[in-house]
Design a protein around this ligand. Sequence first.
Ligand code: PMP
Length: 433
Amino acid sequence: MTESELAARHRAVLPNWLALYYQEPIEIVRASGRRVTDAEGRTYLDFFAGILTNAIGYDVAEISDAVRAQLDTGVLHTSTLYLIRKQVELAEQIAELSGIPDAKVFFTNSGTEANETALMLATQYRRSNQVLALRNSYHGRAFATIGITGNRGWAASSLSPLKVSYVHGGYRYREPFGGLPDADYIKACAEDLRDVLQTTTAGDVAALIAEPIQGVGGFNVPPDGLFAAFKEVLDEYGILLISDEVQTGWGRTGEHFWGMRAHGVTPDAMTFAKGLGNGLAIGGVVARRDVMDSITANSISTFGGNPVSTAGAKATLDYLLDNDLQGNALKLGNHLIAGLRDLGERYDIVGDVRGKGLMIGVELVESGGKHPSPPNAAAVLEETRERGLLIGKGGLHNNVLRLAPPMTLTGEEADEALDILDASIAAVQEGTR
Ligand code: PMP
């Protein structure tokens, strides 16, 4: 069966809203390091890492061995009603790494479920169903998380159990005061937050939830210090800060292990998922002890923190710490950003290059202006694929290329990707495709 036949069957039986990349979608059947191979035998350099799930790349012996050792015991899972050694060890490690004093950890199967849990904890802790989120945000696809999605393209339902107010600070490139210098921008956003608190709420809000760098929203980087200014305002009201580290965690941003650290802020709770399991389904919440234990009823996640996922996650975390992948993300991220800024000088369909570490966005616009160009982004995606590179796409207007390779990336691979992007953007700008 060819990939196009499989795509037709996919479209027939899976929902319309489960979009596939590329005019001719690909099926990945093998992978190793930073390269994946499709069912027709074509190999690609993977600069999206399965939407950042493969933090350290494919087919890593340490991870496979840890998972295989667990499979060999015959225990895939029994339940969270019994002790699971790796779950406890992983929780201890994450609590320590979080920097949240005396933290506790709860494991889930996805980022969505992690954020749903964090919202439940915050609303319960504060006895309020009011939440603040950033414009252009994405936090998941279940009922409460859809309710705090500030990006209409991904807001699958508008029926939310939460009362949500949106504040500025997410997407600087196109925000009303986005063009201000950093310090003034931070001040304007903090004033906007205070204004929202005083006008659309009575101040009795549960939490502000935010991605330190917006992912789906197009890798939008706020100036360092924005969340410190937010926290000052939130603290006046006793409002909790939840950092959604689903994309920014585990050292991917290079400078810091958690994205929120760039702001010198310790949040009350952080959520995580994606890269932790290097492809295995695992997520979770790490939070202040009093916030985590604000729930007095019993609760459970049948599969959350299961022995297979936690064995793989523990091995992944050890691997990325032992091999200083955060340092590699910083080094190669800076190299890629410099190379892409150079492309930005040469091609006027490149409107903005932004990022930190291995989380880099390239916003494509119409030639000679700032108008978003989804067709140019779609075209570059096809061109890069033809040349053997997989990248992502996102942003409010679906016009932002997203680069987020595994953190084990090499310098040669970074240069290979830059060459492919150069040729692909040239082909689209010059209309030669
Ligand atoms: N938070 C952020 C910042 C995300 O990027 C995502 C997924 N794109 C989620 C939450 C939801 O994670 P999941 O798809 O694992 O439910």
